[in-house]
Design a protein. Structure first.
Lengths: 203, 203
């Protein structure tokens, strides 16, 4: 990594820590420059705006995540097991980012809304991976003929909703204080029933 | 209804409107007294505290709702249809309250957290109704032998999570601006797959 790239990485890290602590709106490029011991004008050399910086952070995190999801796609296991692994990996992704960046719940809920648009491509790619697994299951006789794209969307939306709802009702201040094992268990119970609903039953 | 009761109802209505607009924490008994053209001291004659007033509002709304859920329990339809009707009725309950009280989304998300404890009994009663329907389905051969209490809890939690998540990601200011038909459709798709997952398939 050259010096320019390395500096960019450092700014992204500092930026994410600020966004996680103070939310998207309250954090300014000036704040981030301050933490980096840089002048705001030098920061523009790396990122043209707060929005551009934020989008690049999100893009990076999500690319890494999508690569992991694609690896599951290639595994030699049943479509059912792949579906469960993809959901598990998605939960781990959310959980790991929360620990990595010490995200305040209030900031998280704000960020969820801010990134809704800039992550649309990513959401689509993730749903496509899941829908590919479902199609595989339909072809090999594991699953009934369902609308795989819609089912994938619904599963992803359900998993995210359960995670976010746990944030809303929690009295914790930081995401990493939340009992993720419990959330994870209830999500996996739900997802297994959903899979059961599309499975062709053994006669 | 005697005069005392009538006044109490008026205070509850005024209170809920304030809570819906300004949230639980920002609303004071003094504000509510002001809107009612009463002195704060006279208000104490009807409710000993903001918390007591709030709890009574929630209790009332939920009792009406539970009565409706109990009527579904008695219908002469399949356990599957009852499950769907109970979920539909729950969605309508949330939707109607939102319109009735013109709830600001920010207030709603705050209230969800505030009432978490005071509505535990209600949540339990609602889950018991759903779990009774599931037991009925297990007995009459519609459903597989599942942990009906846990499944009922999971279904209720999922439905609520999807509704609340739609509130979080929405750019709307008021709950009634949200497209409830769309939410309702995706919830019902999910619930039908969940039911499919516990159904004994026709051979």
């Amino acid at each position: 990594m050259d010096k320019f790239q390395q500096k960019k990485e450092e700014i992204k890290n500092a930026g994410m820590k600020m966004f996680a602590a103070y939310g998207y709106y309250k954090t300014t490029l000036e704040d981030i420059a301050g933490v980096m011991g840089m002048k705001k004008n030098s920061l523009y050399y790396y990122f043209e705006s707060k929005d551009a910086l934020f989008k690049e952070i999100i893009k990076c995190e999500m690319q890494t995540h999508l690569e992991q999801q694609n690896i599951i796609l290639l595994k030699k296991i049943s479509a059912e097991d792949k579906t469960v692994e993809i959901v598990k990996n998605f939960i781990s992704f959310i959980r790991e980012r929360s620990v990595k960046f010490t995200i305040r719940i209030k900031s998280y809920l704000e960020i969820v809304k801010v990134i809704k648009n800039s992550r649309a491509d990513f959401d689509n790619s993730e749903c496509n991976i899941l829908s590919e697994v479902l199609e595989e299951g339909i072809k090999n006789g594991e699953f009934k003929k369902i609308n795989s794209k819609q089912f994938a969307d619904d599963v992803k939306m359900t998993v995210e909703s359960i995670i976010n709802n746990n944030y809303i009702i929690s009295d914790a201040e930081f995401v990493h204080e939340i009992n993720f094992d419990e959330i994870s268990q209830s999500i996996l119970r739900i997802v297994k029933f959903l899979i059961e609903g599309i499975k062709i039953q053994d006669k």
